[in-house]
Design a protein around this ligand. Structure first.
Ligand code: MN
Length: 203
């Protein structure tokens, strides 16, 4: 896992590439706001919210799982899950992404028929997620599957095994694609989708 499993205060993780490495699909302009403003705000909010609470002694993964079951900790859950989801998202993209090879390619073919079939299904799920949320590739019983979550929700909170994620909040694509989420997702799948990271997450 890319995420620092240390405890609070949490720091904004560094991007695994330069700000302009994912252009033109995700511009340096988008990355700079998304990472340095949005992602940082989730981390700062989380650090503030857990100070002086039992959550301050837990790792980020533990905070997500515990707060998911705590009606009084919605703010903690939202900011913890968004902190984790964004770190996972940065690693789900690569300037050399797009085409799976080896074991993960076999799994794509086995689970979806072909890469094109996977891309079609993932795009439909990402576009069909109403409002803000995330589109995930997960592993379930040795097969690959697609899931979506709303707002901050994450498979990690429900015992799922995420392999890749696309951020479908408007802030992820609006500066580059405006309202054209389908075009953003198509380009994301073809150019950025980091299959090596997905394979690493199979464990
Ligand atoms: Mn985001």
């Amino acid at each position: 896992m890319p995420l620092d499993q240390g405890k609070a205060p949490f720091a904004l993780p560094k991007l695994p590439y330069a700000d302009d490495a994912l252009a033109p699909v995700v511009s340096a302009h988008t990355i700079s706001f998304h990472h340095a403003k949005h992602h940082k705000a989730y981390i700062d909010n989380l650090n503030n919210l857990i100070t002086g609470t039992p959550y301050a002694d837990l790792t980020l993964g533990e905070i997500i799982k515990k707060s998911a079951k705590d009606e009084k900790a919605k703010g903690i859950f939202n900011n913890a899950a968004q902190s984790w989801n964004h770190d996972f998202y940065w690693h789900s993209m690569s300037p050399k992404g797009g085409t799976p090879t080896g074991k993960i390619k076999s799994m794509v073919d086995d689970s979806f028929g072909s890469l094109a079939d996977f891309q079609k299904a993932f795009k439909a799920a990402a576009v069909g997620q109403f409002g803000s949320g995330w589109a995930w590739l997960v592993e379930k019983n040795g097969k690959l599957a697609i899931e979506t979550t709303s707002n901050a929700d994450t498979p990690l909170a429900h015992g799922g095994k995420p392999l890749l994620v696309a951020d479908v909040w408007e802030h992820a694509y609006y500066l580059d694609f405006q309202n054209r989420r389908p075009d953003h997702i198509q380009a994301w799948l073809e150019k950025l989708c980091n299959w090596s990271f997905a394979e690493e997450n199979l464990g």
